[in-house]
Design a protein around this ligand. Structure first.
Ligand code: T5A
Length: 218
């Protein structure tokens, strides 16, 4: 059976387990005969990876204005959509994304407090009609997520924010998930195995092509 190319996004706070989930989803898709194009944001093209470095580093203690951060995220996203995501989908490849637009709405909107009125025109310009077919939001207590991130090594500029920043970011994520379609909330506070079971269940019940992909392709 041929499936139309789909765009699946994994979202969540630092340490929520996105990279771990990406590997699980990739192998789930491969078992069904689908090898996805995997992306990460910010990043995924040479220029976007440079922007990623810029946005994550602390430079001479310079304060980064929230609007600057927002523009850098959307500049990186524009490059990725134009050079990777759209060509892949057009060529019939599934795309599996580690973060996408919901991150900007949650971090720069919820966390930094930038308004929808400021963000939405950028979204319209950069996304056009592009929409995720399924978003898996890995919901985690920020304190647990940061602890996991900390155990991996030094924290980057955004990871060094106060807990309250991540609580606002999480609240925005949850608000979007509760009010918009095609977003499944995964309880990421659980063990890796339990999280994987929830993700598998979400993938199996998602009607990604007007039919379910629950059974492996023969
Ligand atoms: N950003 C990004 C914005 O502000 N706006 C935007 O628009 C965009 C696109 C990107 C940063 O940029 C910000 C958000 C971020 O601050 P990033 O590296 O993409 O940075 O994102 P991080 O969230 O920092 O990535 P992490 O690697 O920290 O988190 P992951 O991928 O969610 O977590 P993962 O899978 O690497 O797991 C972390 C550790 O926890 C363990 C893993 O083994 C690993 O050691 N783990 C678990 N342990 C116990 N139980 C589980 N269920 C576990 N799952 C994973």
């Amino acid at each position: 059976m041929t499936q139309a190319a789909k765009f699946i996004v994994v979202e969540g706070l630092e340490g929520a387990g996105k990279s771990t989930a990406m590997a699980h989803i990739t192998s789930w898709l491969i078992q069904r005969g689908i090898t996805p194009v995997c992306t990460r944001e910010p990043g995924g093209t040479p220029l976007a990876e440079t922007l990623r470095d810029l946005v994550k580093q602390v430079r001479d203690n310079e304060q980064v204005a929230p609007e600057t951060e927002l523009l850098l995220m959307y500049a990186a996203r524009m490059q990725l959509i134009t050079n990777v995501i759209k060509p892949a989908l057009t060529a019939g490849h599934w795309v599996l994304a580690d973060r996408h637009d919901m991150s900007s709405r949650a971090y720069q909107g919820g966390g930094r407090g930038l308004s929808d009125a400021l963000i939405n025109p950028l979204r319209a310009m950069v996304l056009g009609t592009l929409q995720a077919d399924l978003t898996l939001y890995l919901d985690i207590d920020p304190a647990i997520g940061l602890e996991r991130a900390r155990s991996r090594g030094a924290l980057d500029r955004i990871e060094q924010e106060q807990l309250a920043f991540f609580q606002r970011t999480r609240a925005k994520y949850l608000h979007i998930a509760a009010t918009e379609a095609n977003i499944v909330v995964i309880d990421a506070n659980q063990s890796i195995l339990q999280v994987q079971q929830q993700i598998t269940a979400a993938l199996e019940s998602a009607a990604l092509d007007g039919c379910t992909l629950g059974k492996a392709q023969a």
